[in-house]
Design a protein around this ligand. Structure first.
Ligand SMILES: [Zn+2]
Length: 484
């Protein structure tokens, strides 16, 4: 039997606010454990939460960017469960009246196919603390708890079960991350846990409607693990059904090391959490003027930017796709273009040389040692023929290492390209005179020696001779020898 997978993703994103969602504690990552805490986020009796305006604005901005309808009224609810990292015994979340509903996200797959994934809801909640089971001398006997993460603002974005393949899931998550980073509400760092993803998935025979029993897969902390975990889980469910087994509703953990999902616990139902409205917080009322004000702050989204780059700068679609992966990279390209030079050339230098260097050195574009105007200057130097493309690579390497401008490097290194016919002819004559045996061999038909002569000439000119002129002049000279 042929099966298809039915997948919905729940994405948790940490909002980039300075403070926590319901108190004034710092919301920074990596601080000394249990230093950013107060009675509110530690859940002391009698402490009262107050909603952060900034967190709310960021959540609304994300909702608008994901084309959700922002509800004029939403409420917080208590999600009750016991866990050591949850001192209150409940998490403040949203349940039956979430902040926003009915969004959509268009994704583009590797084969160019486009697909829309509907977003069921986007709601706000607080994060729990973090249990530390490793890294201490006595970790074999004890676990520790860091409460710094208690009360960090999160948004949860729940998709409809519109995803069918591991690739679609991974692309969807990448697109969410890109958008949240564009609008500046989340840094998207999956390793540090500021973007987390769980998958709800089941399989059903192709062409049928009813949904199969679903499992929830957690602990996927990279795009690759999302892909691998979902692929594994689809296979596991198909094999189980084909062997006459039954799928149990449960939560499973992705184990990176063994490349498997492992059963963790039977999946709880929402009624297990005994949700009820949070009595310590008033309903969130949002009028349309607030939404309009926040909407006006929305920057150009990656998709529109990509289309504009193709149209305005006449660059290949692939280049535009890469350049709009982050807003910082797109800004870098546009700043370079403002300083002149052919945009296609600029985009090629960024895609090939610059991104390769940055990746090798693990440097973000924000910390790039080459100013964008220098890329434009380099392209102009090549366009004008001052230096050759080959010399350009050398100049680029020096720019990267010294942060100097290409003109300064060209001048300092005396790298100006020689285009004087007489000067080049002199070098050619000298090289041919020094290699009489090779000249004779060439005349006798060993044509591959042409490359040898070009190499010698370029070397003798210290790479400065214009390669096109070398080629045509050398040809003339050698033809001359044939007639002798
Ligand atoms: Zn606090």
């Amino acid at each position: 039997m042929n099966y298809e997978a039915v997948i919905g993703l729940e994405v948790h994103a940490q909002l980039l606010t300075d403070t926590k969602i319901f108190c004034g504690c710092r919301a920074s990552y990596g601080d000394e454990p249990n230093t950013n805490v107060c009675p509110v986020c530690l859940g002391m009796p009698g402490a009262l939460p107050v909603l952060s305006r900034k967190a709310l604005e960021f959540a609304i901005l994300a909702a608008i960017a994901l084309e959700c309808k922002v509800n004029s009224r939403s409420i917080f609810a208590r999600k009750n469960y016991f866990y050591p990292d949850l001192p209150k015994g409940y998490q403040i979340s949203q349940f039956d009246e979430p902040l926003a509903v009915d969004g959509r996200l268009e994704i583009e797959l590797e084969n160019g196919e486009k697909k829309t994934v509907r977003i069921n809801r986007l709601h706000m909640e607080e994060d729990a603390g973090k249990n530390l089971h490793e890294g201490f001398n006595d970790s074999a006997r004890f676990s520790y708890i860091d409460m710094n993460r208690c009360g960090i603002p999160l948004i949860e974005i729940v998709s409809e079960p519109d995803i069918r393949t591991p690739e679609e899931a991974s692309v969807y998550l990448q697109e969410i991350r890109k958008i949240l980073r564009y609008i500046g509400v989340c840094d998207g760092n999956m390793e540090e846990g500021s973007l987390r993803c769980d998958a709800n998935m089941s399989i059903r025979p192709v062409g049928t409607q009813p949904l199969g029993v679903k499992t929830e897969v957690k602990n996927m902390n990279s795009f690759r693990s999302v892909r691998n975990a979902i692929a594994f889980e689809i296979d596991r469910q198909i094999k189980l059904l084909n062997d006459g087994g039954r799928i149990t509703q449960e939560t499973r953990l992705w184990n990176q090391a063994s490349n498997k999902t492992i059963a963790m616990r039977s999946k709880e139902q929402s009624h297990d959490y005994r949700y009820f409205p949070e009595p310590d917080l008033t309903p969130v009322l949002i009028d349309s003027t607030v939404i309009e004000t926040i909407k006006s702050r929305l920057p150009e989204m990656p998709k529109e930017k990509k289309d504009r780059f193709v149209k305005d700068y006449q660059i290949p679609r692939y280049n535009a796709q890469v350049l709009t992966e982050s807003k910082a990279l797109a800004d870098y390209f546009e700043t370079a273009c403002k300083h002149g030079g052919n945009p296609a050339g600029i985009s090629n230098w960024i895609l090939s040389e610059l991104l390769r260097e940055l990746k090798q050195n693990k440097i973000e574009i924000e910390d790039c040692p080459i100013k964008p105007e220098y890329i434009s200057e380099l392209v102009v130097l090549i366009e004008k023929g001052t230096i050759s493309g080959k010399m350009g690579k050398d100049v680029f390497a020096r720019m990267y290492n010294t942060c100097a401008s290409p003109s300064a490097i060209v001048e300092e290194q005396g790298m100006v390209q020689v285009k004087d016919e007489g000067q080049i002819a002199d070098v050619i004559n000298k090289v041919l005179e020094e290699n009489p045996d090779q000249v004779k061999a060439w005349v006798d038909g060993r044509e591959q020696l042409f490359g040898f002569f070009v190499g010698q000439i370029m070397k003798a000119s210290r790479g400065k001779a214009n390669p096109g002129m070398v080629n045509s002049l050398l040809k003339q000279k050698l033809e001359g020898y044939k007639k002798i």
